[in-house]
Design a protein around this ligand. Structure first.
Ligand SMILES: Nc1ncnc2c1ncn2[C@@H]1O[C@H](COP(=O)(O)OP(=O)(O)OP(=O)(O)O)[C@@H](O)[C@H]1O
Ligand SMILES: [Mg+2]
Length: 185
């Protein structure tokens, strides 16, 4: 199967998850994120769209100053770039391109080099840590300059034996699903 066929197949099976399953799996994943003992200070998260794993609960946790003083960064699509901006609360968000919530342009910019850890969504992942995204290359271009820890976030149904990759695809270090955490490096 090529990349676009695979995106279609996995996106279709993910779309069949009902809201209760999305919530239950998202909760299980957030619990695992929160229980990680993270040294990271600057953390890139994401805001889910559609049936993607929703990590808002973990974001909410990191935003609380009593929880290890993390800086929460979220992706903002600006032109053909994904950039990271800091939020202090969900009120710092507005609807951006692709109808995804993103930080307002007044939020502080962080460069890829300043970020310690990134939670990365995807359409599919494989057992070697390869990742397939939505197909626009925003994450791949961003991750090219990012040297922190990369943790993929997805449902167990998104984890495949093998997915097609190209030379620009940036692999992840770990993957958290509702079942467990997989380490690839
Ligand atoms: N580092 C890069 N420099 C230039 N172009 C790139 C780079 N990374 C990816 N691209 C371009 O982005 C396009 C989409 O790549 P790909 O199909 O791997 O996207 P994806 O991994 O599904 O999406 P995303 O990275 O946003 O999650 C490709 O045509 C590729 O040429
Ligand atoms: Mg890619």
């Amino acid at each position: 199967m090529d990349k676009s066929q695979l995106r279609y197949t996995i996106a279709t099976s993910r779309a069949q998850l009902d809201d209760t399953e999305v919530q239950k799996h998202s909760q299980a994943i957030c619990r695992q994120i929160i229980s990680l003992k993270l040294n990271a200070k600057n953390i890139l998260c994401y805001v889910a769209k559609g049936q993607e794993v929703n990590i808002n609960h973990a974001i909410q946790f990191f935003l609380q100053p009593q929880n290890q003083q993390k800086n929460v960064l979220l992706p903002s699509i600006e032109g053909d770039q994904l950039v990271a901006r800091q939020i202090w609360s969900f009120e710092d968000l507005e609807t951006g391109p692709y109808h995804i919530l993103q930080p307002k342009s007044t939020c502080a910019l962080f460069s890829a080099e300043q970020i310690d850890l990134a939670f990365i969504p995807g359409i599919a992942f494989d057992k070697k840590g390869h990742r397939l995204g939505r197909g626009a290359g925003y994450y791949d271009r961003f991750l090219h300059f990012f040297h922190g820890k990369k943790i993929g976030i997805g449902y167990e149904l998104q984890l495949l034996e093998k997915i097609p990759i190209e030379s620009h695809d940036v692999p992840i270090d770990s993957l958290i699903t509702e079942k467990t955490i997989y380490h690839f490096t």
